[in-house]
Write a protein that binds this ligand. Structure first.
Ligand SMILES: Cc1cc2nc3c(=O)[nH]c(=O)nc-3n(C[C@H](O)[C@H](O)[C@H](O)COP(=O)(O)OP(=O)(O)OC[C@H]3O[C@@H](n4cnc5c(N)ncnc54)[C@H](O)[C@@H]3O)c2cc1C
Ligand code: FES
Ligand code: FES
Length: 1363
């Protein structure tokens, strides 16, 4: 090994055209360096290059926040290749010769924004903005690689002199242009695709830009959906993102393209200020100040980047025996198995030309081992045109659902095979495909000796110091063999297989006889299962068109498949596998092969579930008299967000001496803490401190001293993941490593209680009253008596699981000690007051010594109401102890394990009904699981919503909660309200089933009347009219009756594909209870206005609404109003921001402050007197130009009505489903900011789709550990999961007299309607069950996962017939 001080050659590359040089220094030489052997490109960019536009969240290739574009020379051809990659997975050491472009590098406010940044911002594609840079960079590569398009754009925008000059002019009129565009665009409101109806082209330049976009190579709308498959967004519901980027599509709507170009011209044309081009777009000059070299301490680990086979072998041979070695190609494997390593040596094969080669002959094609999956897909697609390689088309299609685009752009097929080599349980799709396609591998050892083998043989040999060189696909006689492959995934894309399969059938297509032994492979069954050997043997020589063959084959398969119940990835609670998905898949294969030889009603079983490209519409209303209030305006921070300029707490530049914290979490759920030994952690270089409960000077509780939640465990461990201590070190990597070294001993370890049913089993009286509010709904007489007296009774239970908030910016805080013993706390929190008070209490300083500031949050959804507080308090504790700034940014596993999420529910009900469907009496218990503590029970909200749109007679509805050994669960967007509505709607469906009534007809019988009283909120006759109007509009505009008939017909005609069309109404009562301060100041220099408020901007557009209200009230243009970060000087003691009312009530405070200012300015106004004169005259007269106000609790309440119709299609054989069309109507009053409100509706709905369809938590039953703690095993919806036709309409002409400017809350109500997707799925399953002979009611709990749906269809092998 080289000596400690030796330096290796530097890694050189560029970032936004700035040269970078990183030295390999093999020892830290006593000074711990924060660049290590495993430092990622993402960390380098953020921490060392101070380019925070690139975000990180999951650090495993699963979220897309870190995507950058790289231009890399292809070693095989020397030609540069442009790719979007996950910078979190790229080791800095492999970046040799790369040109890295970050979001800052493609455009910014100085040189002008890139069209991608502009369109995403202007078409409302950003809310919290945390995902936006990654989205932009994913698209950048797509557009950039279609060189004709982007290079033309660049030429035009940045370089062409005449355009530059016209752009230069346009800088000064840009606002006017944009505003007139907007005015024009939005003046024709209320129609379908109102944004799309801006049918005008007013500038010639638009058309020239438009034509440039259509030049040469083409990007299509399908490309857009494909390249964004690895970018998650929790806020927007993806609709506006897709719409924005699809404007780049060759097949995009022409008028839309013209309109967006207009906007770009107006805003992209800023001249460069001549600043350092290194950080900016447009390829400006480099400044001398750009960092050039950075020493790298790689500890013991050694990196080599050989560029020839000889050097590769030498590098392998150089690693001494006994030293661990990691070959690296794309390094994406470290996203799946994050904890492999550490390794003593890393050898990257990325620069070896031979390993990138693709060689073709008429009988075979060979791929070097470093060929990426993306490149492989391209080749396979083109090969599929050639005889002998037609099966490659199916292989390519299958690979397109392996991982996601940025992962496939780096990840190699060989790396994939080797992941399975090291982790046999890995459900590798590549392994299945290559094995079935009879691929041959060549493997070499360090001496260069090589051997050829089939894929399965690889798993029998030792691979130490060996390298896969290539893979050869032989030609396969297409006439003789049929190749098929399948993958069932827990969500549409970017997920591992739940079950996958590949088949190679030697088939005589006339007789359908399998002429020789076929290949039948399955993955995801158990660690060792590969070949369905008995099935292969059985099928040999048999005819597939013989019913007995099918029966026998499926019986053989069923007998040999012994699935493991994977606690992390599978749905083990589903009792018994009667006919698992492997049988369903196999039957699908047979139906596919037989094609039209089987009866028509069976054929869809052999077809793939289609997910067409997303389309949609947005309808809303505006009132021009109020503009800019109610005007669809650009979100205030949108442009900065899409350019990566918007700052989040974690983006703040570190101060000298700043250190990082990592928590030590308990590994068991129910035990006593015996000992904690941090000595090994403290001994590590760079560790500055380790703190536990004994170090807390103040009370060790957060959420108030009376509560159970401790900052650090003192004695009794309440859940697995509870904080035991905090390690603080110079870097996060060191802190995390040290945290793992802390030794914790437990005593009295017990098996935990993890579900409501577990709790009830242990103690039937476990249900306790709601601690927030024991709100009960009791109407009429005795409910039990009424039920007993009714002609029909139904009763049952319904469960809804929990949900992780999945904010893209994890819990983040910086605490900076400053003079006079003060602390400044920058925290990503929804509850500034709680953070302020708890920090002061914890470190025992008066409240006036703690300053808090919140600029914006990268998503929150309720998860930053109480859980930012313990993180902030822990950081403050360390900051005081060390007298240093302390930063804590939680990694995703810690974030998911340490904190709870949405409360799971068990809803018990009993109803008595008349034959007409009228409910005579109803009892319901909404029992929620609040985890070990009871400080955020939400059952009372469920009760408040349980009446929904119905007239309650003899109802008795009550909340309750149980405690389990889970992290305390907490508020999550529409908490309790969602389950309240889902519960009563489940009851409606249950009764409809009992009475054999159409579910909607049953609902109609029970609808509220103008006389109905809503005990917990106001009601009015007008409400009844609004609701009726909404129903009528939905039925006519969404063509409900005709579509229902079409669904029934479809179901009659298809045995293995089922559809359903479900409707769900909503009444959401809003209480205006919170208090938010607001300060409005006017500057006498130029009349501009500045506002700071107590409500927190977290993506919901609060700041924009505030600015709109302020501009309207003061009568100034919107761009004269700036909204500054929230802080506890201006806004002491604010309510937490949440519950949909934050924006509305903050606007109320701003409104009041502005009115005060107006009154003060009135004496200085005069006809035609300019605003700035009025202001300066008032200032000269010593008028106070600052006003402070605070929103207060209102006694009134109002209702938000909504209605959704979801049409869904289910693949009965696999359990996969797709929402084909969704119509969502919401009554938002007079929307304050319609684009923002529409965005809220779409985002909320998609978040709810996750709750009801894909997001499922799993726990280790022994330790209570949350197993679903990453993007790999927890599935929030991707853009491929959203409704394929997504229509949102905000009801017109419904002014809300109680709301500010007649508006209504919008953030949460749409989520309350998302159970419609579960109910549609249940209806589709019910149709399949009816075909299977089951007409009985079946419980179908949320989430309705793929596995659950497949099982619930109750298919049995005898049903898999072909005639
Ligand atoms: C978010 C995400 C989702 C994914 N989803 C899927 C999925 O749905 N289905 C699926 O099948 N896979 C999936 N994967 C796995 C993905 O396909 C692999 O990570 C990728 O193919 C690995 O290639 P790599 O070049 O990055 O390998 P690396 O990460 O570089 O290496 C992986 C392993 O292979 C070894 N290795 C690499 N190259 C060689 C070589 N030439 N010779 C010998 N050993 C070598 C390494 O030492 C290491 O042990 C997913 C991955 C991620 C991150
Ligand atoms: S942080 Fe890189 S993909 Fe999530
Ligand atoms: S805007 Fe996409 S995660 Fe917030």
């Amino acid at each position: 090994m080289p000596t400690a001080s030796a330096q290796q050659p530097a890694v050189t590359f560029t970032v936004n055209d700035e040269p970078q040089t990183v030295l390999h220094r093999l020892s830290p030489e006593g000074v711990p360096s924060d660049v290590s052997a495993t430092t990622s490109l993402a960390d380098y960019l953020r921490l060392h290059q101070h380019k925070p536009g690139t975000k990180t969240m999951c650090r495993e290739g699963g979220c897309g926040a870190c995507v950058v574009s790289v231009r890399v020379p292809d070693p095989a051809t020397g030609q540069p290749v442009t790719r979007a990659v996950n910078s979190c997975l790229v080791p800095l050491h492999v970046c040799q010769d790369w040109e890295v472009k970050t979001v800052e590098g493609i455009g910014d406010r100085r040189v002008g924004y890139h069209p991608l940044q502009i369109r995403l911002a202007h078409l409302n594609g950003t809310q919290c903005g945390y995902c936006s840079p990654g989205m932009v960079m994913s698209m950048y590569r797509c557009v950039y690689s279609h060189r004709g398009v982007v290079m033309s754009m660049y030429r035009c925008v940045y370089f062409h002199p005449s355009v530059v000059m016209s752009m230069y002019r346009c800088v000064y009129c840009s606002l006017g242009v944009v505003m007139s565009i907007y005015r024009y665009v939005y003046s024709s409101l209320g129609g379908v695709m109102s944004m799309y109806r801006c049918v005008y082209c007013n500038l010639g330049v638009v058309m020239s830009m438009y034509s440039l976009l259509n030049s040469k190579d083409k990007v299509t709308k399908a490309d857009v959906e494909q390249v964004l498959d690895g970018n998650l967004c929790r806020c927007t519901g993806y609709m506006p993102i897709l719409e924005a980027f699809k404007t780049f599509g060759e097949d995009a709507d022409d008028k839309m393209k013209a309109m967006v170009k207009d906007i770009e011209d107006a805003v992209a044309c800023k001249p460069s200020g001549g600043a350092c081009g290194g950080g900016g777009g447009g390829g400006g000059s480099r400044c001398a100040g750009c960092p050039r070299a950075l020493p790298m301490a790689a500890g013991e680990a050694q990196w080599s980047l050989p560029d020839s086979m000889a050097k590769l072998y030498a590098a392998l041979a150089a690693v001494p025996a006994g030293r661990s070695l990691r070959l690296v190609t794309g390094n994406t494997g470290s996203g799946v198995y994050k904890r492999d390593g550490p390794f003593d040596a890393y050898v990257s094969v990325l620069k070896v030309p031979e390993l990138h080669k693709i060689t073709k002959s008429s009988s075979s094609v060979s791929f070097g081992s470093a060929v990426t999956l993306s490149r492989l897909i391209e080749e396979l697609q083109s090969l599929s045109e050639t005889a002998g390689f037609r099966h490659c088309g199916q292989m390519a299609s299958h690979l397109l659902v392996v991982a996601n685009t940025p992962v496939r752009n780096m990840g190699s097929w060989a790396g994939n095979l080797m992941i399975k080599y090291h982790h046999r349980e890995f459900p590798s799709d590549v392994f299945l495909l290559l094995t079935t396609a009879r691929a041959k591998l060549v493997v070499a050892d360090a001496s260069g000796a090589s051997m050829e083998m089939n894929v399965e043989k690889l798993y029998e040999i030792g691979m130490d110091r060996k390298v896969i060189l290539s893979m050869t696909l032989p030609a396969i006689d297409d006439n003789k063999y049929t190749f098929m492959s399948y993958k069932i995934t827990p969500r549409a894309v970017s997920a591992h297989a739940y079950v996958n399969a590949a088949f190679l059938l030697p088939l005589d297509k006339s007789s359908m006889v399998i002429t020789e032994k076929p290949t039948v492979l399955f993955g995801g069954i158990n660690k060792t299962f590969v070949h369905a050997a008995a099935t292969e043997a059985y099928l040999t020589g048999k005819s597939l068109s013989e019913p007995t063959t099918v029966k026998g084959a499926l019986a053989a398969l069923q007998a040999e498949v012994k699935p493991d119940e994977d606690p992390e990835l599978a749905d083990v609670e589903v009792p018994g596998r009667v006919a698992g998905p492997e049988l369903g898949l196999s039957h699908g294969v047979i139906l596919h092969v037989l094609g039209d030889k089987v009866p028509a009603h069976l054929r869809s079983g052999g077809q793939e579930l289609m997910r067409p490209l997303v389309i949609g519409s947005e309808k809303y209303d505006t009132d021009k008299d109020l503009w800019p209030v109610s005007k669809p305006v650009l979100k205030l921070e949108a442009q900065a967000q899409t350019a990566g300029e918007a700052e989040y707490v974690g983006d703040q530049q570190p101060l000298a001496g700043e250190v990082h914290g990592a928590f030590v979490l308990s590994k068991v759920a129910k035990a006593r803490l015996k000992t904690v030994d941090g000595s090994a952690a403290l001994a590590l270089d760079g560790v500055r401190g380790f703190y536990t409960a004994k170090d807390v000077d103040g009370p060790n509780q957060y959420k108030g001293e009376k509560n159970l939640e401790e900052l650090f465990v003192t004695d009794k461990i309440q859940y697995c993941g509870q904080a035991i201590g905090l390690v603080v070190a110079d870097t996060f990597e060191i802190a995390r490593k040290a945290a793992a070294l802390v030794k914790v001993e437990y005593s009295d370890v017990e098996r935990p209680v993890l579900t409501i049913k577990d709790a009830l089993k242990q103690d039937p009286d476990a249900v306790k009253p709601d601690t927030m509010m024991q709100l009960e709904l009791k109407t009429g007489g005795d409910a039990e008596e009424a039920i007993a007296a009714a002609p029909r009774q139904v009763s049952g239970e319904f469960q809804i699981g929990g949900q992780y908030h999945f904010y893209m910016e994890t819990q983040t805080v910086r605490v900076v000690p400053c003079e006079d013993d003060q602390l400044t706390v920058y925290c990503s929190t929804q509850d500034q007051r709680d953070v302020h008070q708890t920090v002061a209490r914890t470190v025992k300083v008066p409240a006036n010594k703690v300053n808090t500031e919140v600029r914006r949050l990268g998503g929150a959804y309720g998860g930053k109401l109480s859980y930012s507080t313990p993180v902030a308090a822990s950081a403050a504790l360390a900051a005081v102890k060390l007298n240093r700034p302390v930063r804590i940014v939680l990694d995703i596993e810690t974030n998911m394990e340490m904190f709870g999420g949405r409360l799971p529910y068990l809803i018990q009900y009993k109803a008595g009904v008349e034959e007409s469907g009228k409910i005579q009496g109803l009892t319901m218990r909404y029992i929620c699981d609040s985890g070990f503590a009871s400080s955020a029970t939400t059952g009372f909200s469920a009760v408040a919503l349980s009446q929904n749109v119905y007239h309650p007679t003899n109802w008795d509805v009550a909340p309750g909660h149980v405690n389990t050994n889970l992290a305390p669960n907490t508020w999550c967007r529409a908490p309790g309200t969602t389950q309240g509505i889902a519960g009563i709607e489940h009851v409606m469906n249950r009764i409809a089933h009992e009475l054999k009534m159409d579910p909607w007809e049953l609902r109609k019988v029970n609808f509220f009347t103008p006389e109905t009283k809503f005990p917990m909120s106001a009601s009015s006759e007008w409400d009844h009219t609004v609701f009726k109007l909404m129903v009528d509009e939905m039925f006519s505009e969404a063509d409900i009756e005709a579509r229902k008939a079409a669904v029934s017909k479809f179901n009659r005609e298809n045995r293995w594909r089922k559809r359903a069309l479900s409707l769900l109404p909503m009444r959401y009562p809003v209480h205006l209870w919170a208090k938010y301060p607001a300060l409005v100041s006017i500057y006498d220099a130029d009349g501009t206005v500045v506002v700071s408020v107590g409500g927190i901007e977290m993506g919901q557009g609060l700041n924009t609404k505030v600015a709109q209200v302020c501009a309207y009230e003061l009568g100034v243009p919107l761009d004269m109003v700036a909204v500054k970060p929230s802080n506890n000087l201006v806004s002491p003691n604010p309510s937490p921001t949440g519950g949909s009312i934050g924006s509305e009530m903050t606007c109320m405070a701003v409104h009041e402050a502005c009115q005060e200012l107006r009154a003060r300015l009135k004496p200085f106004q005069g006809e035609d007197k300019a605003w700035v004169r009025v202001v300066s005259d008032a200032s000269s007269a010593q008028v106070n130009l600052t006003a402070h106000s605070m929103s207060r609790r209102k006694s009134q309440t109002y209702s938000v009505f909504g209605l959704t119709a979801a049409e869904l299609e289910l693949d009965v054989l696999t359990g996969e489903s797709c929402v084909r069309r969704l119509d969502l109507y919401e009554d938002a009053g007079q929307a304050l900011s319609p684009l923002i409100d529409i965005g809220q509706a779409e985002g909320a709905f998609v978040m709810g789709m996750g709750l009801f369809l894909t997001e499922r938590h799993r726990f280790d039953v022994e330790t209570g550990r949350r197993l679903t703690n990453r993007t790999w095993n927890y599935y929030v919806p991707t853009l491929k999961d959203i409704p394929r036709d997504f229509r949102v309409k905000l009801l017109k002409n419904n002014k809300n007299e109680i709301g500010i400017f007649n508006s209504k809350a919008t953030g949460e109500p749409p989520l309350c309607m998302t159970s419609v997707c579960l109910f549609a799925l249940q209806e589709a399953v019910a149709s399949a069950r009816r075909d299977a002979g089951h007409t009985d009611w079946f419980d179908f709990d949320a989430p309705g996962t793929v596995e659950r749906a497949q099982m619930a269809c109750a298919s049995t092998p005898d049903m898999f017939v072909i005639a």
